[in-house]
Design a protein around this ligand. Sequence first.
Ligand SMILES: [Zn+2]
Length: 327
Amino acid sequence: MLTSDASEATVKGSVPADRAPRKKDEKLWFNDGTLIIVAQDTEFRVYKGQLERRSEVFKDMSSFPQPTADCADSPCPVVHVTDFAREWRHVLGLIFDPDDEQSPFPTARRPHPSFELISACVRLGHKYAMTSTYQAAMAYLKDHFTTSFSVFQKHGSWVPEGDDFGLVHTIGVVNLARLTGERTLLPMALLECCRKGADIVLGFTYSDGERETLVAEDVGLCFAAKDKLIAATILAYVNVFGPLPAGDCKLEDCRRALGLLSQSTSRKALSCPSPNPIISFNYTLPGATTPQLCEDCRTTIKERERRRQLANWKALPSMLGIDVPAW
Ligand SMILES: [Zn+2]
């Protein structure tokens, strides 16, 4: 992984070396730092010991070459990494911010971390064996892209809160799951990708202009899954307010309310909704004089809805055409 050339070492990766003149990072350049990390055109000067404590890979690099006497502008060892400067800025920002020492996500100061931050922590944490950084970011993702329907319902939203983690970033979550082998992230992340339109192929853009997209195989997977997900969604719309078993309730208001709810949801089903086989419905009809379901009927329909949601949740991997152990 590490190659040395005179006083400088290189860690192989995916981002080509930048030919632009180097510049010091504005914040992550400590004059008494003991290690310079060069990512693209940016130099970060930080403390080697602190990095070694966080990263098994950097710990192994303790013997990398020392600067030679004629390397006047390199006062300490230099490591070239082939990652995005943006990623290192995020991760080093966490490591060298004492307030974030214990638990980076979420904190009172950062209750809603951006996808960009989470992605950097997962990618570099995975690559450089920064266990605590990786685990904190992955735990945050797993809490939202959960295996538990109850946890999903508790969140009540498709993506984590905050302005910097949007539906489009679920494309990035799929890629992180593929990179790390954390397959339990895939059902929710892919379902959310399937809720996007043709712009799914455009992906999203990071703050430095880099674009991230799904790989072609995952775009194809979403394309194939969408039919099955929509079929399950339409069944949910059509069946949830279907007739109750004979004799369950004799109230005329309930019979009429159920008919109105059924008509309303069937109309919505015809408008070809975004795939959501685990959808929850509204049981209350608008209007002060409109008939409403009695409590017993509400309970019966809610139980029916719950059974359907749990069955579709369980079937998500097969609808998506993926294998997720322990789902
Ligand atoms: Zn009733």
